[in-house]
Ligand binder design. Structure first.
Ligand code: GRF
Length: 191
């Protein structure tokens, strides 16, 4: 049974899908800890509600330059095998990238390399897709590097854009598919 540490900044619906996938026995793993840069995040509340250790760690809440080491201490304390970024909006500190090389994954709500990089998160992604007139968008799961939304692409799934979509309606369709896709991905990855 593998231990997954999930990093999330806000709502945590992807986190919830991972927790539920583990509980249902689809993902052969458990969520060992949830880390958020946002002390008021719904993701931390969800973790607490599930009895999962919930840790707030940010550059502002730690001594200068020590965030990476503090993260590593938490990850080691919970015997983390892999790290999954599920709506985590900060860069991962170098010591964590080094220690967990090839074992950190991110889910992004577009078909990367389109609509990725700095500022391309949340509703901004879906607004850009609609502004470009794309007829399809999707989801990407990739390895994490020091840059936003870079790293080897491991899996992608297309999601149709519908006539009359708003950024919000498109975001909802993509997010619904993310919840299915990431469970399937982790199921395969952790076999
Ligand atoms: C998802 O769209 C994910 O692709 C992106 O952030 C969003 C997280 O949603 N990285 P939630 O907070 O899990 O609901």
């Amino acid at each position: 049974m593998k231990n997954i540490a999930v990093f999330a900044s806000h709502g945590g619906s992807d986190l919830q899908a991972i927790i539920d996938g583990c509980k249902a026995g689809k993902i052969p793993a458990r969520v060992c800890v949830v880390i958020s840069n946002n002390s008021g995040s719904r993701a931390l509340e969800r973790a607490k509600g599930e009895g999962i250790p919930a840790v707030h760690l940010s550059a502002n809440s730690t001594a200068a330059g020590s965030l990476g080491d503090e993260m590593l201490a938490v990850l080691h304390a919970h015997k983390t095998d892999i790290v999954f970024l599920a709506g985590y909006l900060k860069k991962i500190p170098a010591p964590v990238l080094k220690t967990y090389e090839n074992r950190i994954f991110n889910i992004h709500p577009s078909l990367l390399p389109k609509y990725g990089g700095r500022g391309m998160f949340g509703i901004n992604v879906h607004t850009a897709v609609l502004a470009a007139g794309d007829t399809e968008t999707g989801i990407t799961i990739h390895r994490v590097t020091a840059e936003y939304d870079s790293g080897d692409i491991l899996a992608q799934r297309k999601v149709p854009v519908h006539m009359g979509d708003t950024p919000e309606s498109l975001a909802a369709r993509v997010l619904e598919q993310e919840h299915i896709f990431l469970v399937e991905f982790l199921e395969g990855e952790l076999q």
